[in-house]
Design a protein around this ligand. Structure first.
Ligand code: FE2
Ligand code: FE2
Length: 145
């Protein structure tokens, strides 16, 4: 299976909070693997993405709850909506519809940069400020790409 818009890591996605940046690199790897999955690989790669997403979103949700991050509700809701879609697609894959995974993977690739920019970046700044009492300084490579 191939895709017209493969997700790729770029340092533009760096937010300056190391734990979150590591999860985001892993997100890109998992979604790319889903985009490129052959039918026989779909179920395992979808399970791997689901594990990733539960850990990644769970960590962010826990940071927001533990630190009483003010704008947490819509961010937590967005994570929940993605996990719900993943579970719905897993049910369809179990019935033999492996082609649906490509739509999910492409949708995740489209969704992620905006989520990172608008919601995760605010949380990264909040967490860095709590840890270092400063906003993160992000050093990005290839910024003019
Ligand atoms: Fe995230
Ligand atoms: Fe998030």
């Amino acid at each position: 299976m191939s895709t017209e818009a493969p997700i790729e890591w770029t340092d533009r996605l760096l937010l300056g909070y190391a734990e979150m940046d590591a999860e985001h690199r892993d997100f890109v790897v998992c979604v790319r693997a889903l985009q490129e999955a052959e039918p026989a690989q779909v179920a395992d790669r979808l399970a791997a993405f689901a594990d990733h997403a539960r850990r990644h979103f769970g960590a962010e949700n826990a940071w927001m709850m533990d630190t009483e991050f003010p704008a947490r509700d819509c961010h937590i809701d967005e994570h929940a909506a993605v996990l719900k879609s993943v579970e719905e697609v897993q049910a369809l894959v179990a019935l033999g519809n492996t082609a649906i995974v490509r739509s999910l993977a492409d949708e995740l690739a489209r969704w992620f940069p905006g989520h990172a920019d608008y919601l995760d970046s605010a949380l990264a700044a909040w967490m860095s400020k709590r840890r270092w009492n400063a906003k993160p300084v992000v050093l990005r490579r290839n910024i003019l790409e």
